[in-house]
Structure formats: structure tokens, C-alpha cells
Design a protein. Structure first.
Length: 65
């Protein structure tokens, strides 16, 4: 549960950054933009970790043969 807490917090961030209805000039990225970038980075990190784990398991399996 505690390992999933940061992921749960990141998924709720875009909902908390909903548009207020006011029109204004953008001077910096919105919170939803930052949350989207963070989620993309986390997804890439998780995918890369899974691919490394799979490659390591294949290497160890072939070394045992």
C-alpha cells in the first residue's frame, strides 16, 4: 500500500488542477502539465525497470543451462 501511495497522489493531481474558467495569459506550465510530465516519466521508469528485470532473468536462465 505504501509503495503505491506516490502513484495514487500523482493520479489525483490533474483532478485537483482543474480549469477554473478564468482566461489568463500563460506565464508558466499549469499543474496538470507538470503532473502529466511526471506520470510520463514514471511510466518510462517502470517500463525500463520491467525490461531490465526480464533481461536479467533471461540472462540468469541461460547461464544455468
Amino acid at each position: 500500500m505504501f509503495r503505491a501511495l506516490p502513484l495514487l497522489l500523482l493520479t489525483t493531481a490533474p483532478a485537483l488542477a482543474a480549469h477554473s474558467g478564468e482566461i489568463s495569459r500563460r506565464t508558466m506550465p499549469e499543474l496538470s502539465d507538470l503532473a502529466l510530465a511526471a506520470m510520463a516519466a514514471a511510466g518510462l521508469w517502470l517500463a525500463q525497470r520491467a525490461m531490465r528485470r526480464r533481461a536479467r532473468a533471461r540472462r540468469e536462465a541461460s547461464a544455468q543451462d
